[in-house]
Design a protein around this ligand. Structure first.
Ligand code: MTE
Length: 300
């Protein structure tokens, strides 16, 4: 890997957040205990102005709570997140049911400001707080032979109106190839804007893979399974013609019903003009190598 977040700087080196955002950089820090500044991946040094907290928490997709963009903000307060446990299973050295606290204990939470591009062609810039998924996987010990990581969202039928209405097949499931999962840009987010992540955004822990369409970022995760078989993913199960396993952001591969060449920035105002979508959502320098043996049109 060409870069790695470094820890050779101290708390005193951290740029104040406002100035930092103006300088269009990324922050890395440990939650609570001050911060470690970051060595910056190239893509992160571009113009990244985060959306407002209101944008991020009022315009959501979380079908367990309904199919409208404002349904999650209205209904997700019903999600019960305490206590929370995550079942780790499959090809791992330390399988078991972990409390969230135990699973994340001792791991570093960093702030990552990432572009977020939905397959529906809208986008945001989100300041997440999260832990590298690789740190979690290394903690539970991935066995040789494992090739994929599968994830599952909680199902609380009594609290989830979308589950009651069967708007999708639940539990919501997702998956990554192991090398994608181990990439340092891939995080498990536990916070937004320095606050615990809201329920509509996938509390208490959701996946974020910034070079893939937003639907890969599965929310409220209760199960992580290491496997040697490509796992099923919810949107592919629902509509295999339109959604594939990889779903890497690719402006050259259109959705069967619309172009992916441009995107609408949420919070950009009524007359904001659409902006070009970047290959691999702007993270090509970091991750294109993962797909060097795949033709571009298979990115989806
Ligand atoms: N995770 C679950 N469990 N259920 C969902 O419906 N929607 C996905 C993804 N994760 C979804 C999910 C889609 S389509 C998108 S675009 C993102 O969550 C939206 O994340 P946000 O609401 O935090 O912007």
């Amino acid at each position: 890997m060409a870069y790695r977040w470094t820890n050779d700087l101290t708390h005193a080196d951290v740029t104040p957040k406002a100035a930092f955002l103006n300088r269009r950089q990324i922050i890395a820090g440990t939650l609570g205990l001050g911060a470690i500044a970051a060595g910056l991946p190239a893509a992160a040094q571009e113009a990244l102005v985060p959306n407002s907290l209101e944008d991020i928490t009022s315009y959501n997709n979380y079908y367990e709570f309904g199919t409208g963009k404002s349904d999650p903000a209205q209904n997700a307060h019903q999600l019960e997140i305490s206590p929370w446990s995550v079942k780790v299973s499959g090809m791992v050295d330390n399988p078991g049911e972990y409390s969230l606290e135990d699973l994340l204990d001792g791991l570093t939470v960093e702030e990552r400001i990432y572009r977020f591009r939905c397959v529906e062609a809208w986008s945001m810039v989100v300041p997440w707080n999260g832990i590298e998924l690789a740190d979690i996987l290394n903690k539970v010990g991935v066995q040789s032979g494992a090739k994929y990581v599968a994830f599952e969202t909680v199902v609380q039928p009594e609290n989830m109106i979308g589950v009651q209405r069967r708007v999708l097949q639940f539990p919501y499931v997702e998956g990554l190839r192991l090398d994608e999962a181990m990439h340092p840009l891939t995080i498990m987010a536990t916070g937004i804007y320095g606050e615990p992540i809201s329920k509509q955004n996938g509390a208490p822990m959701r996946l974020v893979v910034p070079w893939k369409y937003g639907f890969k970022s599965i929310k409220s995760i209760v199960r992580i399974t290491l496997t040697d078989d490509e796992p099923p993913i919810s949107w592919n199960v629902a509509n295999p013609r339109e959604y594939g396993f990889y779903s890497n952001v690719n402006p050259k591969v259109d959705h069967p019903r619309w172009s992916q060449a441009t995107e609408r920035k949420i919070g950009g105002g009524l007359f904001a003009k659409r902006e070009p979508t970047l290959m691999l959502n702007g993270y090509a320098d970091e991750v294109a190598g993962l797909y060097s043996d795949m033709p571009l049109n298979e990115y989806f």
